[in-house]
Ligand binder design. Structure first.
Ligand SMILES: [Zn+2]
Length: 470
């Protein structure tokens, strides 16, 4: 009577993000790409004797983590520019790099950051690739989709568009959106959203075209909103309303929208976000790095806004570590509110799984361990010293675990991380390829000046002609 054999992923603690929230000595049964059953290990093992068993009686199993917000466009410029807050950071770091990001940088950068995300349990990443598409060159962003497919990492991918840049046209922006849409449409694991960097980066014409593209095309939107106080002040000065209110008035929120940050949101903004079903990507580490402020996570959630967690790009985090983000989300709210009740490990784990999936419009397919959902899950090594003694599995995962404890990561029924190692791509080769690209990018973008003086130039200068040229 049993169908095709499957795999039982066993754990001492199975945290489901569903009901019941925890199974003691439980298992998740995977058949093909989906979860076929969830329950006590002994029952499932008896019911499906032909299944192979993965995981073990001391491990912890969770749903795959959803990184709601990041930028693979920053993968090659991690660890520099700490002196800048957002406005200067964009001007000095992001804008100079944008014209020099080509398809190869998109592909290799995504591999480099994607490997790090996978190793911290991320199975779905919401990305916004920020670059200046060349008027006559090949599209850049399909390289992101290609890399995600090779990694075995799900993506909700967007091109972070702005046309208030030299050489960037509305037509060029729309062409890049379309190229990414097609690439995602042909992918097993990626889906497309329409990206907007920030309102101030778009001409009124591009913003209007973007709204139509999203609403008429049935696409979701990924946008930065209210990341810093200056952004809100500038919009009030220019438009008389906050960026959130501007988007609501101009129809953007008719499309399912994910807004990154929403740090500087007042009661009216929060009511508008909730009323339009806009979800928020909260990026605690990036907000601290850029000294942006503290997101009102509690107020947003109480108003009914779905809040997911995000790593953000490698130029503002800079470590692509979802476990660090989950822990930081709890700590930042606690120290800001001076209350241990501000956010719990259980809250944060829910936000990192089902919350993120819902924020990206995929809550019916992913984010919890339930029959019928995609088999996206993480197995934490219960024999690791950090997890040797588990008294509360939620606190163990959020406060104790790091990348070292992530042993297996399943995406759509396949292991993209096995035994701690990424299965889809040769990591040493990715690292090696990234070095030349990063050095070239830094040199062409003129970022050498930001490097520490003790660090050798990115690309060695051409050798002096032997014997002198004079
Ligand atoms: Zn961002």
């Amino acid at each position: 009577m049993n169908a095709a054999p499957g795999t039982l992923v066993r754990g001492r603690h199975v945290l489901t993000s569903a009901s019941p929230e925890v199974l003691a000595d439980g298992a998740v049964r995977i058949v093909g790409e989906r979860i076929a059953d969830v329950g006590p290990y002994a029952e499932l093992a008896a019911r499906y004797p032909a299944d192979r068993v993965s995981g073990g009686p001391r491990d912890i199993v969770t749903p795959g983590f959803v990184n709601t917000h990041g930028h693979f466009s920053e993968a090659l410029i991690a660890g520099m520019g700490e002196e800048y807050a957002l406005g200067d950071w964009i001007r000095e770091l992001i804008a100079p790099v944008a014209p020099h990001l080509g398809p190869e940088a998109a592909y290799v950068g995504t591999l480099l950051a994607g490997v790090q995300l996978l190793r911290t349990g991320v199975t779905l990443t919401g990305d916004m690739f920020v670059c200046d598409p060349a008027a006559d060159g090949p599209p850049v962003t399909p390289g992101v989709v290609r890399a995600l497919d090779e990694l075995g990492l799900r993506g909700v991918v967007a091109f972070g568009a702005g046309d208030r840049r030299p050489g960037v046209t509305v037509a060029g922006v729309l062409r890049e959106h379309e190229a990414l849409r097609r690439a995602a449409g042909a992918s097993r694991l990626s889906r497309f959203r329409v990206g907007i960097t920030v309102l101030a980066a778009q001409s009124p014409e591009l913003f209007a075209r973007t709204v139509r593209l999203a609403v008429d095309g049935g696409h979701g939107v990924h946008v930065h909103l209210h990341e810093v106080r200056d952004e809100v002040r500038a919009a009030r000065a220019e438009h008389g309303v906050s960026p959130v209110e501007y988007c609501a008035r101009h129809g953007l929120f008719e499309a399912p929208t994910l807004a990154a940050h929403c740090v500087w949101s007042d009661e009216r903004d929060i009511a508008l976000l909730a009323g339009h079903g806009v979800a928020v990507a909260h990026n605690p580490v990036a907000n601290m790095v850029l000294a942006s402020g503290v997101c009102p996570v509690g107020d947003l959630r109480r108003a009914g806004v779905e809040v997911g967690l995000g790593v953000d790009g490698a130029a503002s985090n800079d470590r692509q570590d979802m476990l660090e983000v989950i822990k930081s989300a709890v700590l930042l709210q606690r120290v800001h509110r001076l209350s241990t009740a501000a956010l719990s490990a259980r809250d944060a784990l829910r936000m990192a799984t089902l919350g993120g999936a819902r924020a990206l419009g995929l809550g019916d397919e992913l984010g919890s361990l339930e029959p019928g959902k995609s088999a996206d899950l993480v197995v934490f090594d219960g024999d690791s010293p950090a997890l040797a003694n588990v008294h509360d599995p939620f606190q163990s995962v959020v406060y104790c675990a790091g990348p070292r404890e992530v042993r297996d990561v399943w995406v759509a029924g396949r292991r993209s991380v096995a035994g701690g190692g990424v299965t889809g791509v040769p990591v040493p080769e990715v690292v090696e390829r990234s070095r030349e690209l990063a050095a070239d990018l830094v040199r062409r973008a003129g970022l050498d000046r930001l490097r520490h003086p003790a660090v050798a130039p990115a690309v060695p200068a051409a050798p002096e002609p032997v014997g002198g040229a004079a």
